[in-house]
Ligand binder design. Structure first.
Ligand SMILES: NC(=O)c1ccc[n+]([C@@H]2O[C@H](COP(=O)([O-])OP(=O)(O)OC[C@H]3O[C@@H](n4cnc5c(N)ncnc54)[C@H](OP(=O)(O)O)[C@@H]3O)[C@@H](O)[C@H]2O)c1
Length: 255
């Protein structure tokens, strides 16, 4: 039994990941900004079999919120064995030349700085214990840029470099570092990207079967449950109908 902390657990990959670990009998800590969703999920995780569940509001862009979450979790259960840095978002599809840039800061603060500060907060205790696993949910957007996604892609490319640096910084100290990099997956991601426009979000998934949240949770679970001497550096996972961020085989033209 391990203690697994999942950020962004109120929806999508994070929610599916929390359920997957709970079903397998692990203790689960969940954080996100929408507390009422977390409270409902916490009940469900207990009924699925998690021996203990810790649920608190968490805003990864706010260091005070992160440190409060860490301290409360330490008092309630302890130091996580696995930290899943999943919270993240894309906003809009502005091209650089026309961008107002209002969402640039939010993407950088959430995806890049948020994951960094989470790691900064939890890694020292893992190092002291001599074991721990930090798993990032990156994206295929970190491997290849696409028009309208410059800043989002940059945040996810940054995660790849952070993972490389972390593996060197923690070498020989019992720490594992993994990035799971999905392609198109139907979650609330596109609804957030298009500011609540559900019709625009649905078009993203027209004419092919995207990944489901569970597909990504399965990858996270696989990486986390290898024996301690095995580090999965990177899992890149896309729908069969997708070759890279921009090339998707659709049976219909997007309307
Ligand atoms: N869906 C895709 O196609 C796709 C593909 C590749 C990578 N990804 C990445 O996968 C991760 C999860 O996305 P998803 O697809 O599951 O989208 P989602 O359904 O929109 O879930 C995003 C989660 O992140 C949380 N979050 C956002 N900002 C936060 C903040 N400041 N503090 C704490 N939590 C925050 C949200 O919770 P609250 O709003 O309640 O805070 C929500 O639980 C993201 O990093 C995303 O970039 C998604």
């Amino acid at each position: 039994m391990a203690l697994v902390l999942v950020t962004g657990a109120s929806s999508g990959f994070g929610l599916a990941t929390a359920r997957t670990f709970a079903e397998a009998g692990h203790a689960v800590a969940i954080g996100a900004r929408r507390e009422e969703r977390l409270a409902r999920l916490a009940e469900e995780l207990r009924s699925l079999g998690a021996p203990s569940v810790f649920a608190r509001a968490l805003d990864v862009t706010d260091r005070k919120s992160i440190d409060f979450f860490r301290d409360e979790l330490a008092d309630a259960i302890g130091v996580p064995d696995t930290l899943v840095n999943n919270a993240g978002l894309a906003r809009g599809t502005e091209r650089v030349a026309d961008a107002e840039g209002i969402a640039w800061r939010e993407m950088i603060e959430t995806n890049l700085l948020g994951s960094l500060w989470m790691t900064r907060s939890f890694l020292p205790a893992m190092l002291e214990r001599g074991s721990g696993h930090v798993i990032y949910v990156g994206s295929v957007a970190g491997h290849k840029g696409y028009a309208g996604g410059s800043v989002y892609c940059a945040t996810k490319a940054g995660i790849l470099r952070i993972c490389e640096a972390l593996r060197l910084e923690t070498l020989g100290r019992g720490i594992r570092v993994t990035t799971v990099d999905p392609g198109a997956a139907e979650t609330e991601f596109s609804i957030v990207r298009f500011s609540g426009d559900e019709a625009a979000a649905e078009k993203v998934y027209d004419g092919y079967e995207p990944l489901h949240a569970q597909d990504v949770a399965d990858c996270v679970y696989f990486a986390a449950t290898r024996p301690p001497h095995v580090n999965i550096d990177e899992i890149k996972v896309m729908p069969t109908a997708q070759a890279d961020p921009w090339h998707v085989a659709r049976t219909t033209e997007p309307s």
